[in-house]
Design a protein around this ligand. Structure first.
Ligand SMILES: *Cc1c(COP(=O)(O)O)cnc(C)c1O
Length: 356
């Protein structure tokens, strides 16, 4: 069976060696030595000045919205994982959708200003499939209208834009270290924020608001990650070069052998060093997609409809019609992409797509 993705498992001895350190330390959570070491190693690997490693990639978005959203309107993309929109609604803010660019699939920055009202507080945009949004234009609009920018960078581990980490952009960037993501800690995530006082607020918010054992800065939640997850991160991180090389190879095979008269791939933004995190292809019609999906499923190959449905159509979002996002969401399929897929498997997938 070939799934859309497959979790990378480091050699078990390497994980056990990290877990042994937890037993030696007799310390299981509340920012232990392994989590702090993972933060230092990630800072170096990603070339960022700050990082807060957390329990998943959703809570950091919620914390950012809690602090910056002010229960106002949040301009956001309808083409993302459901967590992006759900975080807005969960934090009693209102999602205001702006349609996406038909080739980059990121929020269409030229349509953002028309959606701004006196209630708008933030722009929450996703670097979908690791493809950066138009950072310059989004940040110029935010500066002009005094809005905050939060990037859901869940897919963007290791991506650089203009030779700078993608996580360095925006007021806040977040990432997911879920088992299905490029780099993982089982469950986990991270928050990036350059402003010192904002970072301080976010830091106490992720630990119940604690300011020492008896005092509280303010409202908080539990966003802490345990040492067991830290151990997984430390065991996976040394394999990132291998993981990226393998993924690049698979992407190159797809690019070489797919029938591009039948499917279109997305356009990666200029000045981007991409991370090969997903391989979305767009069919001409949903009927074609369903036909190809059925043929692949029959051979025990399971691509996924990322992202479907368009988030303006989910019951809790009450969004307006987003023609491009709805159209793309009905026609996009992510093909299997992970370290360990071999050339025969990719050729077979390409062949099944072309004859379906
Ligand atoms: C995976 C994902 C999240 C949520 O991350 P978790 O770690 O699963 O909480 C948020 N946004 C996007 C775009 C994602 O793909």
């Amino acid at each position: 069976m070939i799934n859309v993705t497959k979790t990378f498992f480091p050699p078990i001895a390497e994980y056990q060696a990290q877990v042994q350190r937890i037993w030696n330390n007799q310390w299981l959570t509340n920012r232990g030595a392994l989590v702090k070491e993972l933060e230092e190693k990630l800072k170096e690997y990603l070339s960022v000045t700050n990082i807060l490693v957390m329990n998943n990639g959703t809570i950091p978005i919620q914390i950012a919205l809690k602090i910056l959203g002010n229960e106002g309107e949040i301009i956001t993309t309808p083409f993302s994982y459901v967590a992006t929109t759900a975080a807005i609604v969960w934090e009693h803010c209102t999602p205001v959708f702006v349609d996406i660019h038909p080739e980059y699939l990121t929020i269409d920055e030229t349509k953002i200003e028309a959606a701004i009202t006196s209630k708008t507080t933030c722009i929450l945009a996703t670097h979908v499939f690791g493809n950066p949004c138009n950072l310059e234009v989004i940040e110029a609009i935010a500066a002009k209208h005094n809005l905050k920018v939060i990037y859901d960078a869940a897919h963007a581990f290791g991506v650089t834009y203009n030779n700078k980490s993608i996580f360095d952009y925006g007021d806040v960037s977040t990432c997911s270290f879920h088992a299905t993501k490029l780099f993982h800690t089982g469950e986990g995530g991270a928050l990036f924020c350059k402003d010192e006082s904002l970072r301080h607020k976010m830091f106490y918010s992720h630990n119940f608001g604690h300011n020492g054992p008896l005092d509280f800065h303010g409202l908080g939640i539990n966003g802490k990650i345990s040492e067991l997850s830290g151990a997984m991160g430390l065991a996976v991180l040394p394999h990132m070069e291998f993981i990226l090389n393998q993924r690049k190879q698979v992407v190159d095979w797809y690019t070489e052998h797919l029938d591009f008269s039948k499917v279109k791939s997305i356009k990666i933004r200029e000045k981007t060093q991409w991370n090969y995190s997903y391989y979305p292809v767009i069919f001409e019609t949903e009927a074609q997609l369903l036909k190809v999906q059925a043929v692949l499923n029959e051979q025990q190959i399971f691509p996924r409809r990322y992202f479907y449905p368009s988030l303006n159509t989910v019951e809790f979002s009450k969004g307006e019609c987003m023609p491009i996002s709805e159209s793309i969401a009905s026609r996009v399929l992510c093909l299997p992409l992970y370290a360990g897929l071999n050339k025969e498997e990719i050729l077979s997938i390409c062949n099944l797509i072309s004859i379906a």
